[in-house]
Each structure stands twice: as structure tokens, then as C-alpha cells.
Design a protein around this ligand. Structure first.
Ligand SMILES: Nc1ncnc2c1ncn2[C@@H]1O[C@H](COP(=O)(O)OP(=O)(O)OP(=O)(O)O)[C@@H](O)[C@H]1O
Length: 321
């Protein structure tokens, strides 16, 4: 079954009157004739530049926003006409907005949501216990939501969205503002959730780490239209997946231009720091490091991941050519 299906989905926003012609209002096409199919069990990253139309698409998928034209079904339902039925079958997390009760302890938000979803008392207990355990929330169940750290709150938000075991989980910027450890924890949880329950995931993100670790399909949206639909490998082939190994050497060294599987990007401080790019699909950081170590003594290193904005820019460039 297709969990998400859109055909010609379009949303036009009408803004303030055009200053040159007061009778005309500015029109902005945020989502433009989008044809999209997501099958059960897929994990899809929906990425694009700021203002590309990601949130607008999601709002139409969940029935918050009325499409200007086109068709959309989510888990086989019409998001506007069957909004209540839809709410029972999907979970949604907006990173910037909360679905929890600010002044209540986390545990009470879970109780209210369980009642909204008509979970039996036994089901509420077992599901809450499972989520509290896997998301390590035991330490703050009694804390009012407003006192939680961002990482704690996001874990509670994700748990709240999953209490009723939805078949589709939509996450809008789930890791925004989280520290490295919290991001890692949340990603691991989502991977497990998917593996154990077969939950379909759709997430928007500005973080390449989310895409790499969570998504087996990537959609890139540009001005409301799909610019890319494929795998991470495919994305890599289109834009040249690159990661940079930055090495600090014990002594100033000539440029490391002949390291197998890597390309010298630049040297700094007379060659004390050097940057080498490599394709993680073809080699590993460890192999590149081993090759560098044969030539010079490495005293420190870091690996930089590609910036999602660069990837998106490259896709836009490739598809507009
Ligand atoms: N309620 C609204 N009224 C007018 N224009 C809007 C409205 N909501 C969104 N837009 C415009 O539609 C376009 C798409 O916005 P949207 O929020 O979907 O982008 P996005 O891809 O989610 O961006 P971001 O990554 O910044 O969240 C933007 O140009 C935005 O300014």
C-alpha cells in the first residue's frame, strides 16, 4: 500500500498587494504540482533549501493546510475530510512546536494523549513503559515540559507521537538544535522503531547526518518541485559524496597529493594542517588515515561531514543545467 500519495499537489499563497499594482496580489507557489508516492516501510528524507516547500507539503499531508489544487491521500485517507481517522494512524513531530502540555509533567501529557487515542489502561501502561525505557525518559517523567532541556523535550515529543503505534511518523526537523549525543540517541531510537515496528518515516531536515543514518530514500525539493528522488548512493553519484579528513601533522609537510582514494583539498599553516576529501562509498576514513600516516606523523584529526546546504545546492545546479 502507498502510505503517501500525491498527484499534482499544489499550494499557492496569496500575499500582500503588489506595490506597483494595488489590485493585484502577489502569488507564491510554495508547492508546485507535486507527484509523490511513499510505500509502507520506507524511510524518506525530504530536503531542500529554506523556503523550498517542505513544511507546506507536510502540512497538506496531515490536513493542517488546504491544497490549492491536486490530490493527496495519507495512509489511504483524505487528510481534510478524514482528519480524525488520520490522527489515529499517523504521528507528527514538528521540531519547532510542541504537542505536549507545557505546565504538566511529561507523564500526564502521555496520559491525556493515550485517552485521546482511546488506548486501554493496560496498553497505555505497556506502551508508555516501552517508550520510557527505550528513550531513557525515566529521569524526567515527573518534570513539567517547560523545564525540560531541548534533548529531553524532543524525546518526549517523539514518544508522544508514537504512543498509539502509528504506521506513519512524520518528523519536521527532529534534531534541530540538539547536541551530538542527543541527536545520536534519537537517531538510534528511530532506526530501532522502524526495524521493530515497520513504521514508515518521512522527515525534513537540514542535517546530513539524519539523512545518512535514517533515510533509504531522499527527495530534494526545489521551489515546490521535486529535483531529485533516489537513494543516498544516487545522491552521492549526482553531487559527488565527499567527506573531508582534516589532519594536523607533527611537522610542516609538502601537500599530500598522492594518497590513494583521497584528493588533496588544501594545506594550511605551511602544511601543518591538511585537508583531504574522500568518497565514503569507495574508501574509509581509516584507510585514508593509514595512507597519510605512512607519509607523515599525524598528531590530531577530524572528519567533516558534507553540509546539507552544499548537497542541495549541487542538486539544484545539476538539475537546472
Ligand atoms: N502562511 C503562509 N503565507 C504566505 N507564504 C507562506 C506561508 N507559509 C509558507 N509560505 C511561503 O511558502 C514557501 C515555502 O515555505 P515552507 O515553509 O514550506 O518552506 P520550507 O522548505 O519548509 O523551509 P524551511 O526549511 O525554512 O522550513 C516560502 O517562500 C514561504 O515564505
Amino acid at each position: 500500500m502507498n502510505v503517501i500519495e500525491t498527484e499534482g499537489l499544489t499550494r499557492v499563497f496569496t500575499g500582500r498587494p503588489d506595490p506597483k499594482n494595488k489590485l493585484r496580489r502577489r502569488r507564491h507557489v510554495a508547492v508546485d504540482r507535486l507527484d509523490l508516492t511513499v510505500e509502507a516501510g520506507e524511510s524518506v528524507g525530504y530536503i531542500g533549501a529554506n523556503g523550498a516547500g517542505k513544511s507546506t507539503t507536510i502540512k497538506m499531508l496531515v490536513g493542517i493546510l488546504v491544497p490549492t489544487s491536486g490530490a493527496v491521500t495519507t495512509v489511504g485517507l483524505h487528510p481534510l475530510k478524514q482528519r480524525r481517522a488520520l490522527a489515529r494512524r499517523i504521528g507528527v513531530v514538528f521540531g519547532q512546536r510542541s504537542q505536549l502540555w507545557w505546565d504538566l509533567p511529561v507523564r500526564e501529557s502521555f496520559s491525556i494523549l493515550s485517552a485521546i487515542h482511546s488506548l486501554s489502561a493496560a496498553d497505555e501502561r505497556s506502551r508508555t513503559a516501552e517508550l520510557v525505557d527505550t528513550l531513557e525518559m525515566g529521569g524526567f517523567l515527573g518534570t513539567p515540559v517547560r523545564q525540560l532541556s531541548l534533548g529531553q523535550r524532543m524525546r518526549a515529543e517523539v514518544a508522544a507521537a508514537l504512543l498509539h503505534r502509528p504506521e506513519l511518523l512524520i518528523l519536521d526537523e527532529p534534531t534541530i538544535g540538539l547536541d551530538v549525543l542527543s541527536k545520536q540517541r534519537l537517531r538510534e531510537f528511530l532506526v530501532t522503531q522502524r526495524r521493530e515496528h515497520g513504521t514508515t518515516l518521512l522527515l525534513t531536515t537540514h542535517d546530513m547526518g539524519d539523512v545518512e543514518r535514517l533515510c533509504d530514500r531522499i527527495l530534494v525539493v526545489d521551489h515546490g518541485r521535486l529535483a531529485f528522488d533516489g537513494t543516498l548512493d544516487g545522491l552521492g553519484r549526482t553531487v559527488g559524496a565527499r567527506r573531508e579528513l582534516v589532519v594536523d601533522l607533527a611537522t610542516a609537510s609538502p601537500d599530500l597529493v598522492d594518497v590513494a582514494g583521497a584528493e588533496h583539498v588544501r594545506s594550511e599553516s605551511d602544511g601543518l594542517r591538511q585537508r583531504l576529501a574522500f568518497d565514503p562509498q569507495r574508501t574509509t576514513a581509516a584507510r585514508v588515515l593509514a595512507a597519510v600516516s605512512e607519509r607523515a606523523e599525524v598528531v590530531d584529526l577530524s572528519i567533516t561531514e558534507p553540509d546539507i546546504e552544499d548537497v542541495v545546492r549541487e542538486i539544484y545546479r545539476a538539475t537546472r543545467r
